[in-house]
Write a protein that binds this ligand. Sequence first.
Ligand code: FAD
Ligand code: SIN
Length: 516
Amino acid sequence: MIETNILVIGSGVAGLTFTVKMAERFPERRITIVTKGDEEESNTKYAQGGIAVVLDDKKDSFTKHIQDTLIAGDGLCDVEVVEMVIKEGPKRFKELMLWGTNFDVDNKGNLDLGKEGGHSEYRVVHHKDITGLEIERALLQRVHQLKNVTMLPHHFAIDLITEHHLAISNFKSISCYGAYVLNQNSGKILTVKASSTLLASGGIGRVYGHTTNPIIATGDGIAMAYRAKAKIKDMEFVQFHPTALYNAEEGTSFLISEAVRGFGAILRNKKGYRFMLDYDERAELASRDIVSQSIDRELKKSGNSCVYLDCTHLDITVFKSHFPNIYKKCLEQHIDVETDWIPVVPASHYLCGGIDIDKNGKTSISNLFACGECTRTGLHGANRLASNSLLEALVYAHNIFNYLVVNAPTLNVSKIPEWNDEGTCITKEHILIQHNLKQLQALMRDYVGIVRSDNLLTKAINHLDLIYNEVEELYKKAKVNTTLCELRNMINVAHLIISQSLLRKKNKGGYFNIDN
Ligand code: FAD
Ligand code: SIN
């Protein structure tokens, strides 16, 4: 049993930003971060393009950024939230700089601003094409200086502790008392008791076989919150990034940042034709949903496996200094950006929906907060504007901190039962886990992709039921392990995506169903 004031689940930008603020303000409060895998492993680590923020008030304005966000969100954004996040952005960004995060500057010493799809102005601050890595570095360094923070890497949160575990009958509302956490090295399960719990557990990319996300992105936080009966919304809005490096095999695909198109790269089909002009007058810089859907159409029309990003007309010296990592990764694949077109395809990238939270990051469960990609705030609506995600995490981490400064929750529970694994044994049926994982990812790719239909969605939910039953049967018999828990979580997330897709009767932003 561990007792802590605050339990933070996840060590990406959301979890770490919140921790830094809280731990610095309240040195007497103990914060425990549990994170599966190495402490820096997260979607944050791979962020390339940067953070969208209004800094140049001669050319840019809050009104323009707000407008771009609302247009991308296709009528489903919460306008008040959009205004709040965008106006708060510059302050939160400056705080990140004060904490030691480095951003690129031009030869006059001004912050270098990039541009991405859907943005009407240059406003994306970045650290070359490895912005996320730099943010993780700076935040982890800061966190390790704080004596009241305990970082537990290789600790996997299995389930939130709520009234459901306390054998209380007829409870009227649900509260969170912490979480059961698997020590991935020893196999022991800890009961972590906390007055407040923050889910900062990131995205769901791995539910699809082909994704830009690293292996940690299995939607654990959303699944845990769902099982605890929290409100989950907008799950049908999975965002597919248009330009993942083409890779015939399933798994993580390296991202070719949208900033490369902002820098002037052109999308061509195999014949060399610049097809984006046929779909949107903004061409390659239309919002992400439009570019991904257009590529999908081109591929279906031609039967080809990928389209191409042409950078051969660009100044290669400047390209290399802006995008050194992309240049290097392409070269490793024998693609010389100066002379070769880069083969690209859309891949699952980001979830616009998630755990429903209010402006203070409160979920529908008492003492449970959520921040970052696992949440649905209303900022993104039906499609997230590029580089608005890191911004959202920074702003909400601050809002949750502010709320807890004034409202410190207390824990009114004395005894929490230990994890009960009576009657379970270590599973030898790993093949069952691997097989069902592959089935799930193929199902999501083929039936619940960029273009959906009622027929395929209905088939998908029926097929998912079979996978669910087989995995639940195993889960009841087996001692928990990370891969089994992740698979179970991905099945929950897939169920939410498919069932909420079936409820949507009008196409919006990133959601396109041929029957609507
Ligand atoms: P993450 O950074 O994903 O962190 C989640 C953390 O939770 C991880 O530490 C993980 O290990 C931990 N975790 C998960 N489940 C558990 C569990 N069960 N138990 C314990 N720990 C758990 N957005 C932008 O705004 N600009 C960009 O330029 C940009 N580029 C991107 C490029 C790529 C390749 C990708 C994949 C995403 C990009 N995004 C970008 C999106 C953005 O990076 C993410 O949305 C954001 O970083 C999410 O931060 P987070 O803290 O919510 O989650
Ligand atoms: C990118 O660099 O293209 C990713 C930006 C984002 O997901 O916001």
